[in-house]
Design a binder for this molecule. Structure first.
Ligand SMILES: Nc1nc2c(c(=O)[nH]1)N[C@H]1C(S)=C(S)[C@@H](COP(=O)(O)O)O[C@H]1N2
Ligand SMILES: [Mo]
Length: 408
């Protein structure tokens, strides 16, 4: 694999001069630096283009972990070539479409199916949904104090129009026994030699049978890019991306809970930390529960490099999203939370999609301002002022804060 490297130190340094990285900025708390710089505390980022992708921010190369630069979130759908890439295992599997089979079975299935990609497209109705795919650990790099794990900034997420078949239709064809409790997914990425357990995830029956849960073969009108799961991936609208198995080639109906490492150890949090509506009761213990739904969140996207705005002439804009209750409002504060103003919301592409918002830049006294953005959903859930600390650094959904220099 040939990698095309581009060092962007210069760009970053320009950003830092503005945010006062060198210590010049007037009295702004140091911890805000992380928020304004996508967690690039080291002061340097390397952008790398995988085959078929634009240059993305590299976290690690083995396994491949690359995040989307903030500028790509200015459009409501994230372009396929800019969509983030996250793997637990060292190598991206390359699969020949002609030989590919999706096997469906398991102890709680009435019968086994073996489907080619052509069978899937021919025998099952196609359906489409716009949904955010967001890593549970998105923004982990912004936690203070720092949390071990991949130091993601804001870009371990993306929003796409997914097309595929309903998982419920496949399970109906296979037939579920009354003993079925979970549906598990295994993928073509081989368990590596280092001894990391094979990546297998499961869903509770109710989520697996939900009409919005898909086995997708297309993303934004094109076949799935290889690093995003070609030829098939699980799409679980509203739930974090750990359940969105890429390269899925085996679906099993289980009559007992899946007990592998990725279910019982990883992707878990102290119970009741987040106000989740959809839970995974079969995997909960007295103390801990799996991460399930995406917490309500928002991001300012108009402002990465240019920190100067003009009253009456400039606008602020960004995106907001949640687990599918729908965005009710996005608000901005120019006085550190003392008062809030509502933004205008853009086109609604469905409850699981990013929603664009915008606001005029008002006339304010003084020339250096901190802008806070927060979203709330239709279920009354809201972003938090301080991130909710948890051992693995999941679900960071504190207000996004940027600094603006106002010019008249
Ligand atoms: N086969 C496979 N699927 C996977 C993973 C993986 O390591 N292997 N990682 C999961 C996690 S944790 C995330 S965040 C998403 C990332 O999706 P993307 O690479 O398409 O952005 O894929 C999920 N599906
Ligand atoms: Mo993830």
């Amino acid at each position: 694999m040939t990698l095309n490297r581009r060092d962007v130190t210069t760009r970053l340094l320009a950003g830092m001069a503005w945010t006062g990285f060198a210590g010049a900025a007037a009295g702004l708390p140091r911890k805000l630096l992380a928020a304004t710089q996508q967690g690039l505390a080291a002061g340097r980022e390397v952008l790398v283009a995988l085959p078929g992708k634009v240059a993305l921010r590299r976290l690690t190369e083995r396994p491949p972990n690359f995040e989307t630069p903030l500028e790509y979130f200015r459009s409501v759908l994230t372009p396929n070539e800019a969509f983030f890439v996250r793997y637990h295992h060292a190598v991206i599997p390359e699969i020949a479409a002609e030989d590919f089979r999706l096997e469906i079975g398991g102890p709680a299935a009435e019968r086994s199916l073996s489907l080619s990609l052509a069978d899937l497209r021919r025998d099952f109705p196609a359906t489409e949904i716009v949904a955010v795919c967001q890593c549970s650990g998105n923004r982990r790099g912004l936690f203070e104090p720092p949390v071990a794990g991949l130091q993601w900034g804001h870009g371990a997420m993306g929003n796409a129009r997914w097309r595929g078949v309903r998982l419920a239709d496949l399970l109906q064809r296979a037939g579920l026994k009354s003993s079925a409790v979970e549906i598990s997914f295994d993928a073509a990425d081989a368990p590596p030699l280092e001894g990391t357990p094979d990546f297998i995830k499961s869903l509770p029956l109710v989520k697996a049978l939900h009409p919005d849960t898909l086995i997708a073969y297309e993303m934004n009108g094109a076949p799935l890019p290889v690093p995003n799961g070609f030829p098939l991936r699980v799409v679980v609208p509203g739930w974090t991306a750990t359940y969105w198995l890429k390269h899925v080639n085996r679906i099993s109906a289980l009559d007992a809970s899946e007990k592998n490492f990725w279910m019982t150890s990883a992707y878990r949090m102290p119970r009741q930390l987040f106000p989740l509506v959809e839970r995974f009761p079969g995997q909960e213990t007295a103390e801990r529960a799996p991460v399930t739904e995406i917490a309500v969140n928002s991001l300012i996207t108009s402002m990465e490099r240019d920190g100067t705005l003009r009253a009456g002439r400039s606008a602020l804009s960004g995106i907001a999203w949640d687990a599918g209750r729908g965005i009710d409002r996005v608000e901005l504060s120019f006085d550190r939370g003392a008062s809030w103003r509502r933004c205008e919301l853009g086109e609604d592409l469905g409850p699981y999609s990013f929603r664009i918002w915008r606001s005029d830049w008002p006339t304010l006294a003084g020339d250096l301002h901190e802008v806070w953005a927060r979203a709330a959903n239709k279920a009354g859930q809201s972003q938090v002022e301080t991130p909710i600390a948890n051992p693995s650094g999941y679900q960071h959904n504190a207000y996004h804060r940027v600094r603006v220099e106002a010019q008249s």
